[in-house]
Design a binder for this molecule. Structure first.
Ligand code: NAD
Length: 498
C-alpha cells in the first residue's frame, strides 16, 4: 500500500517511521497509509525553511508573485485530479470539492498582489527635513496546522500569502485526508518555488509539538477544533510566537416571519447538509421567530431532507457524501441519540441509512430536530455532522440574546425582507461573520475570515488584509540628511513639532 510522506526541501522522503491508514469513507476501506513525522523529520523541515529564508525574503515581491501566477495556472490545469483526491479521502461531493479548490485559488490570486500589498506608507517632511516610511517585513519561518474538512482551501488560506510576503513555510495538514494537500504543494514546487520555501510534514500531535517548541518558528496559523486551537494559542504565545488559532463553531440562522421561506429552506438545505455538515460555517441551528414560522419551516424541510441524494462523493450529481471516519460518524450519531434521550423532537432520523453497494461506508442520513432548547448538548456543542436543530424564539431580541450567549461566534445569518431587522441583527450580534439572506457568509479572499469568542484565539483574522498583517512585521524608518558642515546644537528636550 502506498505510504504518503512529506515534502521537505523540495524532496519527498521515503517512508521510515510510524504511519496510520487513510480511508475512503464511502467504502470504509483503508486506501493508503500516511507517515506521521517524528520530531527529527520536523526539524529537517524547519532547517530547510530556515536555509531558504534569506534569499526568498530578499527576492523582489514582483518576482515572488510570478511564481504564484504559475502556481494558480497549475492548480487550474490539475483541477480534476485534485478534486478526485479530495472527494476520495474526505468524502465530500466532487462539486463541493471543486468549490473549495476554487475558493482556495482566489486566495492565490490575492497573494499575487504582493507588490501592492507590501508597498508601505511614506511621509515626506514628517518633521523638518525628515522623511519617514513604514514597510512590511517577513516574520521568518512560519507554520500552518490545518483540519481535515478543507484539505485544499484552508492550507491555501495560509501559505500562498505567507510566502508572497517573503516568509518560508511549514504546513502540517490533517492526517485524515493528506493526498490533495501534498499534490497541491508539489504543484507550487513545480511552478518554480525554490526548495525549502514550502515544506509539508504529515503528522499528529508529535509534529505539532515540535513546531510549537522550536524557537525558529516565529508564527503559527491554526485552523481546527476549539480545544486544540486553545492549546496551540497558549503554548505558542507562551513561547513568544505570533499565533492565530481559528476554532469550532455553532452557527445560527434566524428565520424572521417576513422571510421568503422557500429561499430560506433552499439556503438552509445547502448550509446544514452540504459537505455532510462538516464545515465550520455550516448552519446547525435555525432560530425561528414564532411558532407559525417554525411549523412552516419544519414542514418544508422534512421532505427535502428525506429526498437528499446521498452516496459516494466521487460520483456526480449528489447532495451529500459520507462522514470522514467511522469514529466521527459514531460520534455524530451519538449526539442524535442524546438529543432523543433529553426530549428534543427528532423529526427526520438519518441514523439507519444504508447505501446499497457501500454498506461499509461511513454514511449518516440528514437529521432534523425540532423544539431544541439551550441546555441540551445538541444545542451547546459543535456536532459537525448533518444535523439541524430548530429552536423556537418569540422575538428577534430573544434570538439575538440566545446567539450572543453561545460560547462560539463564528458565522451567523438572518433571513428577512426587513432592512431594520437586518441592520439591528448586524449591529448587535456577536459573531465574526454575518450573512443577510446569505447562509454561508465566508468572506471573499480580499476580506478576512474569522470568528469571535471561542471561535478564534488571537487578534488577526485569516487571509486577506489581516493575513498580510499577520505574516509581516512593520518597520518604520525615520531619516534625515543634514547639510554638510551644518553644526547643530545638542537637543536635550524630547523632539516635537510644537
Ligand atoms: P482537529 O482540531 O482535530 O485537528 C486540526 C489539526 O490539529 C490537525 O492537523 C490535527 O492533526 C491537529 N491536532 C489534532 N489534535 C491535536 C492535539 N491534541 N495536539 C496538537 N495537534 C492536534 O480538527 P479537525 O477534526 O481536523 O477539523 C474539524 C474542526 O475544525 C471543527 O471543530 C471545525 O469547526 C474546525 N474548523 C474551523 C474553521 C475555522 O475557520 N474556524 C475552519 C475549518 C474547520
Amino acid at each position: 500500500m502506498t505510504v504518503i510522506t512529506h515534502l521537505i526541501n523540495g524532496e519527498t522522503p521515503v517512508a521510515a517511521g510510524r504511519s496510520v491508514p487513510v480511508y475512503n469513507p464511502a467504502t470504509g476501506e483503508a486506501i493508503r497509509q500516511v507517515e506521521l513525522a517524528s520530531r527529527a523529520t520536523v526539524q529537517q523541515a524547519i532547517d530547510a525553511a530556515k536555509a531558504a529564508l534569506p534569499a526568498w525574503r530578499e527576492l523582489p515581491p514582483a518576482k515572488r508573485a510570478q511564481v504564484l501566477f504559475r502556481f494558480k495556472q497549475l492548480l487550474e490545469e490539475n483541477e480534476e485530479q485534485i478534486v478526485t483526491l479530495i472527494s476520495e479521502e474526505h468524502g465530500k461531493t466532487r462539486e463541493d470539492a471543486a468549490g473549495e479548490l476554487k475558493r482556495g485559488i482566489e486566495n492565490v490570486e490575492y497573494a499575487t498582489a504582493a507588490p501592492e500589498l507590501l508597498k508601505g506608507e511614506f511621509s515626506r517632511n514628517a518633521g523638518p527635513g525628515i522623511d519617514s516610511w513604514s514597510d512590511f517585513h517577513a516574520v521568518g519561518v512560519v507554520a500552518g496546522i490545518t483540519p481535515f474538512n478543507f484539505p485544499a482551501m484552508v492550507p491555501l488560506w495560509m501559505y500562498p500569502l505567507a510566502i508572497a510576503c517573503g516568509n518560508t513555510f511549514i504546513l502540517k495538514p490533517s492526517e485524515r485526508d493528506p493526498s490533495s494537500t501534498l499534490l497541491i504543494a508539489s504543484l507550487f514546487q513545480q511552478a518554480g518555488l525554490p526548495k525549502g520555501v514550502l515544506n509539508v510534514v504529515n503528522g499528529d500531535k508529535e509534529a505539532v509539538d515540535a513546531l510549537l517548541e522550536s524557537p525558529d518558528v516565529k508564527a503559527i496559523s491554526f485552523v481546527g477544533s476549539t480545544p486544540v486551537a486553545e492549546y496551540i494559542y497558549s503554548e505558542g504565545t507562551k513561547r513568544g510566537k505570533r499565533v492565530q488559532a481559528l476554532g469550532g463553531a455553532k452557527n445560527h440562522a434566524v428565520v424572521m416571519p417576513d422571510a421568503d421561506l422557500d429561499n430560506a429552506v433552499n439556503a438552509l438545505m445547502g448550509a446544514a447538509y452540504g459537505s455532510c455538515g462538516e464545515r465550520c460555517m455550516a448552519i446547525s441551528v435555525a432560530v425561528c421567530i414564532g411558532d407559525a414560522v417554525a411549523d412552516a419551516l419544519v414542514d418544508k424541510l422534512v421532505p427535502r431532507i428525506q429526498a437528499l441524494k446521498i452516496g459516494a462523493g466521487t460520483e456526480c450529481g449528489l447532495d451529500m457524501g459520507p462522514l470522514v471516519t467511522a469514529a466521527h460518524r459514531d460520534k455524530v450519531s451519538g449526539y442524535v441519540d442524546d438529543g432523543v434521550n433529553v426530549g428534543a423532537e427528532l423529526v427526520v432520523d438519518g441514523r439507519a441509512l444504508k447505501i446499497s453497494g457501500h454498506e461499509n461506508g461511513f454514511f449518516l442520513g440528514g437529521c432534523l430536530f425540532d423544539r431544541v432548547t439551550p441546555e441540551m448538548r445538541i444545542y451547546k456543542e459543535e456536532i459537525f455532522g448533518p444535523v439541524l436543530c430548530v429552536v423556537r424564539a418569540k422575538s428577534l431580541e430573544e434570538a439575538i440574546a440566545l446567539i450572543n450567549a453561545h460560547e462560539y461566534g463564528n458565522g451567523t445569518c438572518i433571513f428577512t425582507r426587513d432592512g431594520e431587522a437586518a441592520r439591528q441583527f448586524g449591529n448587535e450580534i456577536e459573531a465574526g461573520m454575518v450573512g443577510v439572506n446569505v447562509p454561508l457568509p465566508v468572506p471573499v479572499a480580499f476580506h478576512s475570515f474569522g470568528g469571535w469568542k471561542r471561535s478564534l484565539f488571537g487578534d488577526l483574522h485569516a487571509y486577506g488584509p489581516d493575513g498580510v498583517r499577520f505574516y509581516t512585521r512593520r518597520k518604520t524608518i525615520t531619516q534625515r540628511w543634514p547639510k554638510a558642515q551644518s553644526q547643530e546644537a545638542a537637543q536635550f528636550a524630547f523632539p516635537s513639532q510644537r
